[in-house]
Every structure is written in structure tokens, then in C-alpha cells.
Design a protein around this ligand. Structure first.
Ligand code: FES
Ligand SMILES: [Fe+2]
Length: 377
């Protein structure tokens, strides 16, 4: 797909790439990064087809034939546990006349994949093994008519796909996934609690920016959560393709609790929290007994869906579950509101990019620098 960027946008990108100001002097990206439909399409090619994309987890596909399907920026996919117990991914597109084979965003267990249109049937390894009315398959070049495979990688409990032109050397590139998350003990006994999704009227990067502001917005936007977090301990490590924000909670230190706040509570947050972000759009949050993942799926230049998957380690009683989820939903709602307000400001046509606040916003700056280098390539 060839995307034509507006001439003034190209010039602005080149200028930013050429000048590369220091963090202290830099200003946030030009508004068109967040509002221009052509730029959104450009990012599909430059960012999303040039990075490993989270799509799901290994525990969703435990038995032979288990599958789930999904869609990213117009790319429909199926991930399946194949005959040889290996995980494979294919485009969910029939080789005959291009129909989607299984429903989008479905899951289940199958012996084979049969297209609903004319019944072409594919095995779990993607091979075409039946063409109704097509006579014997012998002699036909059916090999080239199999499902188109998508490179797949498993890191920890997570499954990633690579939608772009895949060079084998990408296979060995693991630096998109935090080494710290390869520690299996983190995910041991992790039980899925539920998925909650938020359709947010903002560019996908507005949500990521908000996540990467080094905790700057927490006291302002999250009165409940901020009662639990010890801000003096807030610290971020930035790596080439991911960053980790860490903080201690006020847990255990009675005098620090916000007594008047029933919005959040120490048991949920535990002693400390770690927030892992992986370029460009996947987060893993670990706090107390909880793990949640945030997957930011871009839809349009001013719209994304964020999927929150919750997991609990150990035993969870129903009371604590409901109370914790309520507190967490509150935080999500607060973030949703502010992201939509930001998008409105960006789209107003009267906003000029502002500075980063050095004390906090380095992770966001490094995200923007990383994007800039992806755009360059
Ligand atoms: S499009 Fe799938 S069988 Fe015809
Ligand atoms: Fe937030």
C-alpha cells in the first residue's frame, strides 16, 4: 500500500529528524501525527507492519485445533494450535475468492477451517485439502493455495505476530520484549479474570502518551490511585523498544493512607507496581497479586480500542475481585476522559505542540523519538 503524505507533513518530519533537539529543548509532535488520516495509514506501514504485534496468549490455545481470530488495521488473522502442537498464524482469507474464513474476533476448536462461501477446506497447518467440485486434488497446484502464514513468536505467556515483510533475521530479534518479563515465576499460577474493552475517541498514541508520562498525571487525574502511590519512589527505565515505570505503594505505612478515600485501597496495589510498555502498543502492569495487560488497537486517526485483560495470582475471593475491578475501572474511566479531551484539543486547529516536563516525561519523549526513527525507515 502506497501512502501519500501531505508535502508540509513530510517537510515537518524531515525537519524534526534533522534537528533532533535534546529532551529539555524538545517539543511534542506536530498535531498531524494525531489527526491526519493519511498519516494514520502511513503508520500502519511504518510502525505496525514493522514491529511484533501482540494478539493473544498461549493459554487461549491449549488443545489441538483451538483457535482465535482477530483483525489489526484491516489485516484479518487466525492463530491456531496445529497438529504438531505448534502455534501457527494465518491470514483469515480464503485463497479462492478472498472471503474471511472464520468470523472476525471468534474463537473455538476446529479440525479444519472451511470457508463458508464455496466450502474450500484447509487443514490446521494451513494446507488446502478440499475443493468441492474441484475433482481430485492430485495434479492441481494446491500447495500455493494454502493459507498465507504470518510469522509468530511466543514471549512469556504472550503471542506476537509480524504483519510486514518478514526478514528471517527478525526471527531472532527479541529486544522488543523486556528481559525482566521472561522470569517465569511472574506468570506462574496466573488465572484469567476477564477482558474489558474501552472504545476511546482518540488517536492510539494519545493513550500511549498518557501511559508514558512518568506518573505526572496520576495526582491530578486519579485521586483514588494517587492515595496509594508513593511518588518519591517513582522511577522509569527506558530501553530501546520498551520502558519500565516502577513505584512503591504507600502500603504498610498507615499514616500515608488517604483515610477519606474509598476509591482505591492498599490490598489491590500491593507493595509495589511495575508498568511495562512495549513499542508500540502493548503494556503489562504488575501490582500486588494482579497482572493486567493493555492492548491498544488503532481503529482510525481519532479512535482506538483498548483491551484490558485481568489476571490474578493465587486465590481471589469474590469480594476482593469486585472491589479491585471497580477501583481499576475508575482509573480507566479517568484515563478515557482525559484522552478524549486531549484529542479534542489536538483536533481544534489552534493548538501548538508544547514542551515535555523533564522531571517526568522522558518515557513519552523516547516513544516519540522511536516513532520518528520508524517513520524515517
Ligand atoms: S471464497 Fe472461499 S471457497 Fe470461495
Ligand atoms: Fe492514568
Amino acid at each position: 500500500m502506497v501512502v501519500v503524505l501531505a508535502e508540509n507533513h513530510k517537510v515537518a518530519l524531515k525537519k524534526r529528524q534533522r534537528e533532533m533537539p535534546s529532551f529539555e529543548e524538545a517539543i511534542t509532535p506536530e498535531v498531524f501525527w494525531y489527526t491526519d488520516p493519511a498519516f494514520f495509514n502511513f503508520e500502519k506501514e511504518a510502525v505496525f507492519k514493522k514491529s511484533w504485534q501482540f494478539v493473544g496468549r498461549v493459554d487461549q490455545l491449549l488443545h489441538k485445533g483451538d483457535y482465535f481470530s482477530g483483525e489489526l488495521l484491516g489485516l484479518p488473522y487466525i492463530v491456531v494450535k496445529s497438529e504438531d502442537e505448534g502455534l501457527r498464524a494465518y491470514y483469515n482469507i480464503c485463497s479462492h475468492h478472498a472471503s474471511l474464513i472464520v468470523d472476525e474476533e471468534s474463537s473455538g476448536r476446529k479440525d479444519c477451517f472451511q470457508c463458508p462461501y464455496h466450502g474450500w477446506t484447509y487443514g490446521l497447518k494451513g494446507e488446502l485439502n478440499k475443493i468441492p467440485g474441484g475433482g481430485s486434488l492430485k495434479g492441481l497446484s494446491v500447495k500455493s493455495l494454502g493459507l498465507k502464514e504470518i510469522p509468530l513468536k511466543v514471549k512469556g505467556p504472550f503471542i506476537f505476530l509480524y504483519f510486514g515483510n518478514f526478514k528471517e533475521k527478525e526471527r531472532d530479534k527479541d529486544d522488543f520484549f523486556p528481559i525482566e518479563l521472561l522470569d517465569e515465576s511472574i506468570f506462574k499460577n496466573m488465572a484469567f479474570v476477564g477482558r474489558f474493552s474501552y472504545e476511546i475517541k482518540c488517536n492510539w498514541k494519545v493513550f500511549v502518551d498518557n501511559y508514558l508520562d512518568g506518573g505526572y498525571h496520576i495526582p491530578w487525574m486519579h485521586p483514588g490511585l494517587s492515595g496509594q502511590v508513593n511518588f518519591d519512589s517513582y522511577h522509569t527505565d527506558v530501553y530501546e523498544n520498551y520502558s519500565i515505570q516502577r513505584c512503591l505503594s504507600k502500603g504498610g505505612d498507615e499514616k500515608n493512607f488517604k483515610k477519606d478515600s474509598d476509591l482505591d485501597f492498599p490490598e489491590r496495589v500491593g507493595k509495589s507496581a511495575r508498568y511495562f510498555w512495549m513499542y508500540p502498543n502493548f503494556m503489562v502492569n504488575i501490582y500486588g497479586q494482579w497482572i493486567d495487560t493493555n492492548w491498544v488497537r488503532p481503529i482510525k486517526e481519532n479512535e482506538c480500542i483498548v483491551y484490558f485483560d485481568y489476571f490474578y495470582r493465587g486465590k481471589l475471593n469474590d469480594d476482593l475481585k469486585q472491589k479491585s475491578l471497580r477501583a481499576s475501572f475508575k482509573v480507566q474511566e479517568e484515563d478515557t476522559v482525559i484522552c478524549e479531551r486531549v484529542q479534542k484539543g489536538l483536533a481544534s486547529g489552534v493548538y501548538n505542540p508544547g514542551p515535555y516536563v523533564p522531571k517526568y516525561e522522558y518515557p513519552m519523549f523516547s516513544f516519540h523519538q522511536k516513532l520518528l526513527s520508524s517513520y524515517q525507515r
